[in-house]
Design a protein around this ligand. Sequence first.
Ligand code: PMP
Length: 390
Amino acid sequence: MNHRQQFLRHVAQTSPSPVGIEIVAASGNYLIDNTGKEYLDLIGGISVCNIGHSHPKVVEAIKGQAEKYLHVMVYGELVQSPQVQYATLIAAHMPATLGCVYFTNSGTEATEGALKLARRATGRTDIISCRNAYHGHTLGALSVMGDEYWRNAFRPLLPGVWHHTFNSPELIEAITSHAACVIIETIQGEAGVIAPDPEWLLALRARCTDTGTLLIFDEIQCGFGRTGRLWGFEHYPVIPDIVLLGKALGGGLPMGAFIASHTLMQLFTHNPVLGHITTFGGHPLCCAAGMAAMQVLLEYNIIDQVEEKEKLFRSLLRHPAIINIRSKGLLIAVELDSATHVTQCLNRCIQKGLFSDWFLFAPNCIRIAPPLTITTSEIHQACEILLSCL
Ligand code: PMP
C-alpha cells in the first residue's frame, strides 16, 4: 500500500472525498507535495497559519522549549514560564476585564470550558446560540452548533439550548434571566462570513447585562488579526464576558483558550474544587510556539496590511459567476450559484497549484482565508488562477 492508500485505510476518515494530496513540506504561504509541486495556500490550515507556515521564529521557540522541558504536570499546579508569559501577553492585549486565561488543547474545549463557566457563574442552564453557528464538535459545542444536519445524528444533546438568527431582534428578545449565556462567533465564519450589525451587537450586550447573562464571543476563527484587528470584537464598541481563542493561538500547534475576569475564573477553584481540569492544556511547547507567533504578528505590523489586502482581493475578484463577496479582513466568502460549482472550481485550482476550501454551512462559497502574510503579487496570482477556474 502506498501512503495515500494507508491514509484511507488506517487514518480515520470523516470526509467522503478527502483532498488527499501528500504534503512533504510547508513554508511561508506555500504547501509542497510529494512530487515537488507547490500550492499557494489560500486557507492557512483554516485560519491557523496566520503568519505563514513554519515561521523561523516559531520553529526556534519550539526547539528552545523542547530542549528545556515538555509535559511536566497536569494543568494549573506548577509555574511553567511559557504558559505564564503567554497568558500575560494575551491579557495585555485584552480589555482589562478579560485578564485570566484558561488554556485548552483545542477550540472546541475552549467552548466547553466557557459553557461550564457560564453555568457555574449564573446557576442557570439555558444557553442561547445562533443558527449557522460553529463552535466545535464535542457534545457541548455540538449542542450550540446552529445546524440540524450536523447535530441530529448525535442526539440527545444538551437541553435548554435555543438557536436564533444572528443579527436578529428575536435573539435579543429571547434573552431572559433564565439564560446562563449567549454564545456567538463575533464574525460568523462557517456561515460564510457574516459580520454583526454594530447596533445589534450593542443591543445584545445591553440585554445580557440587564438580565445577568454572560456574553461569550468565539474568536477562534476571527481572532489573531484575521479581520484586520487583533480581535474581531475590536471593530465594535462591545466587550464580552468570555472570549474563546484557538486556531492561530498555537502558532501551528494545537491549542485553545477561554478568557474571562479573574473573579469569574476563580469559581473553578471551589464547589467543586478543580472545576475544570485538563492534562495537556497549556502545554509548554504550544505556549512557546503560540507566543512566538503572536509576537511576530504584532512586531511585523502584519495586521495593519490586512484591510488593504482584503480590498485588493475584492477588486480583483470580478467575474459573472461570482454572485456576491462577503468579507471581514482576510476572511472572505466568494459566493457562486451552487456547491457543485464551488467543488469544481476548487478542484481545478488544485490542478493549477492553488489550495482553497468551502464553508461548512455555506458550501456554495469559496473560502479565502490565506496566511495574513500573503503578498500583493501572490494575491494577484491567486485571483488570476481562481478566475481562470470559475
Ligand atoms: N469555533 C470556531 C468559530 C471555529 O471556527 C472552530 C474550528 N473551525 C472551532 C470553534 C473549533 O475549534 P477546534 O477545531 O480546534 O476544536
